[in-house]
Design a protein around this ligand. Structure first.
Ligand code: NAD
Length: 247
């Protein structure tokens, strides 16, 4: 890298939706972005798009539900760029259904990806940020991390957990090391996630609300805003709701 990037940012779930939009926006603002997800072909393509547009991007195939792979991801970023300024824990899944209809393997997977994935990311990056005595961990929760609706009990539980983890981390780390944390809580956003909804009721509601859903680049702007704050200012949570949406 000839020119020093403004920030080195790892983004999980960067192969589509909010993660992809965030990677592209941050790179266009001068950050070096390390894209992580499971679909290597998509990551390669997005990283190439970013470089073609004059940005700095690298990628690493990683399943956030594996602590080992999250450690490898952070190690890769440090070897490539020498530091990690920001980790955006964005990867998430949402196979929503009523509790009685949700299969055990589905709720286990949701907890593995949405909760353990965030914890593995934090565990991997925290020693690096503590050594640097600086860093910022941005965790993507949801408005479902504030309000529970029928068919979203487990998804909501994972997103409440993300908020609790982020707030606990802030209390433990910020006063001592200056490491910042931000919770991002989007309302319904137009991404592939909405196509993975298995419950017919939620699908129907999703179709009704689709016209009111938020474009992913708006969520990316919220993340960029939180990251761009000066070191002595911390944005602890941003909730992004479409004006016309009921929840
Ligand atoms: P998306 O499906 O487009 O993106 C999710 C990303 O996570 C994809 O890149 C996917 O490949 C990746 N991913 C899934 N499992 C993974 C794993 N095990 N390891 C690594 N990567 C994995 O959906 P999105 O809407 O962009 O979702 C991003 C985040 O935003 C999620 O945490 C989601 O819960 C949250 N969110 C989405 C909405 C919405 O309405 N779309 C609303 C609130 C919060």
């Amino acid at each position: 890298m000839e020119q020093r990037a403004s920030k080195v940012v790892i983004i999980t779930g960067a192969s589509s939706g909010i993660g992809e939009a965030t990677a592209k926006l941050l790179a266009s603002n001068g950050a070096a972005v390390v894209l992580a997800a499971r679909r290597e072909d998509r990551l390669r393509q997005i990283a190439a798009d970013i470089r073609r547009a004059g940005g700095e991007a690298d990628y690493f195939q990683a399943n956030v539900a594996s602590s080992e792979e999250m450690n490898m991801l952070v190690r890769h970023a440090v070897e490539r760029y020498g530091r990690v300024d920001v980790l955006v824990n964005n990867a998430g899944i949402m196979p929503v259904s009523k509790l009685r209809e949700l299969r055990v393997d589905e709720w286990e997977r949701m907890i593995d990806v949405n909760v353990k994935g965030v914890l593995y990311g934090i565990a991997a990056v925290l020693p690096v940020m503590r050594d640097q005595r600086s860093g910022h961990i941005v965790n993507v929760s949801s408005v479902a991390g504030h309000v529970v609706s029928p068919t979203s009990a487990v998804y909501s539980a994972t997103k409440f957990a993300v908020r609790a983890i982020t707030e606990g981390l802030r209390q433990e780390e910020s006063p001592e090391t200056g490491i910042r944390t931000t919770i991002i809580a989007p309302g319904m956003t137009e991404t592939e996630l909405m196509n993975t909804v298995s419950s017919p009721e939620v699908k129907q509601m999703g179709e009704m609300l689709r016209g009111m859903s938020i474009p992913p680049d708006r969520i990316a702007k919220a993340i960029a805003y939180a990251i761009d704050q000066p070191d002595d200012t911390s944005v602890s949570e941003i909730v992004i709701r479409p004006t016309a949406q009921p929840m």
